[in-house]
Design a protein around this ligand. Structure first.
Ligand code: ARG
Length: 417
């Protein structure tokens, strides 16, 4: 194998591999393939970031059956919520105007846990199941190369040149159990490519690659399609303290539970479906279907509250840094010092973000309808149409307008006068 980067493994030096194992087709084939082609031992690591419907005992059993030396399952939901999702909330993080970064936030944590487990289990190499076309390889390998320069990386999907059909054949040949997806005609359908955690779910592949194809309903496994959502709207209240969502309808909840509950309510009302055209960092433009009920509600509420407590100057400035934060994290540079610098700013602004936001959810929409905060830079009597006087002198307005518009008026006259 031709090595391009310093962290890529020299096959002769691969003896024990830490495999990031999901239990799916790619990584199951990989588990066998690594043992066969490198003659190496394989230690599996499966990370629970709150992806719904996983049976970790089954995944573990499958790994052991396929010859894994050890299989570890780590429940990292708390750490993910507090150290990755929370900073994203404080930065109102949306890439490309619609993607709340759940995968991009999960990868640096998964890779960090892989480094820790690789060291604990005496592995020399880490293997992952990312393709050569996506962002995830960047996020995972950049993390490993940053945190553990002594560890090497292999990415079999990039090099083994098996397509889906060949992988299925390989699995059959080696007794690897596979789930198939029969279509109505009885033929085997390729499944969507899914990634999910407690902050959202993405689907890629199949008809999604055809930009003229409107979404088939079977892609929505989390969010109810809005037209089938309840006829009755639901009102909820989210309470924040210093930027952290802490209560739902007045009940204090741990962050993971709060996100899960909000996701459930949003999903029921069809909230958080995003059909997204996305610029990947590796140059491709792709379409993703996202289901992000929790993010759609929590980010909306957070941003609204933040605007209420911020001044016009803060509110003009922060979205620029928010955008930069989202881009860095999307681009796989979680460990870049600029992210820490930006987080310091986010923390400082969020010191004021305390209060309650009321939202109405109805057939795919979430709308803010009430707000309250001890820190609101808002005075109802000043803003009111019904009164005048007090601190706000309307008679001062013409003087303000004269000076405020002075340069613009001078320039207009010079160029058009
Ligand atoms: N487009 C999103 C991103 O780059 C989601 C990727 C989902 N990953 C996956 N392996 N299916 O973060």
């Amino acid at each position: 194998m031709l090595r391009t980067a310093s962290y890529e493994a020299d096959p002769a030096q691969v003896h024990r591999v830490l495999l990031l194992y999901s239990g799916g087709l790619d990584t199951s084939v990989m588990l066998k393939w690594i043992q066969d082609s490198y003659g190496a031992e394989v230690v599996c690591l499966t990370v629970n970031l709150g992806q719904p419907g996983e049976d970790y005992e089954v995944i573990k059993g499958k790994a052991m059956k396929l010859g894994a030396l050890e299989c570890h399952v780590v429940d990292a939901r708390e750490q993910f919520a507090h150290e990755f999702v929370l900073p994203a909330i404080k930065a109102n993080a949306l890439y490309g105007g619609g993607y709340p970064l759940f995968t991009a936030l999960g990868r640096p944590l998964i890779a960090k846990l892989a480094v820790e487990q690789a060291r604990a289990s005496g592995c020399d190499t880490i293997a992952h199941g990312c393709t050569g076309k996506g962002n995830d390889q960047v996020r995972i390998e950049a993390t490993i190369a940053t945190l553990a320069p002594e560890l090497k990386v292999i990415a079999p999907v990039r090099s083994w040149q098996m397509g889906r059909e060949e992988e299925i054949a390989y699995a059959r040949e080696h007794g690897i159990p596979i789930k198939t997806f029969p279509t109505q005609s009885g033929a085997e359908a390729t499944p969507y490519s899914i990634d999910d955690n407690l902050w959202g779910r993405s689907s890629e592949g199949r008809w999604i690659e055809d930009l003229e194809h409107a979404p088939d309903d079977d892609v929505f496994q989390l969010v109810t399609p809005p037209e089938r959502a309840p006829e009755e709207p639901q009102e909820i209240e989210l309470g924040f303290e210093r930027g952290v969502p802490v209560t739902l309808d007045g009940e204090r909840l741990e962050l993971v539970t709060l996100i899960e509950r909000v996701a459930e309510i949003g999903a029921r009302h069809g909230v958080g479906i995003v059909d997204h055209i996305e610029d990947r960092i590796v140059g491709l433009k792709v379409r993703d279907i996202y289901e992000v009920p929790a993010a759609a509600i929590v980010l909306l509420a957070h941003q609204d509250l933040e605007r209420l407590v911020g001044t016009i100057h803060q509110n003009q400035f922060k979205p620029e840094l928010d955008r930069q934060w989202a881009y860095l994290v999307y681009a796989g540079l979680w460990w870049e010092p600029l992210r820490g610098d930006l987080d310091a700013y986010m923390e400082r602004v969020n010191e004021q973000v305390t209060g309650t936001i009321g939202l109405k959810l109805y057939k795919g929409h979430a709308r803010v309808q009430t707000r309250s905060s001890p820190n609101a830079v808002y005075d109802a009597s000043l803003a009111s149409f019904s009164q005048s006087g007090g601190l706000f002198s309307q008679s001062a307005a013409p003087g303000f307008i004269e000076l405020w518009s002075l340069q613009s008026r001078m320039a207009w006259r010079l160029r058009n006068g």
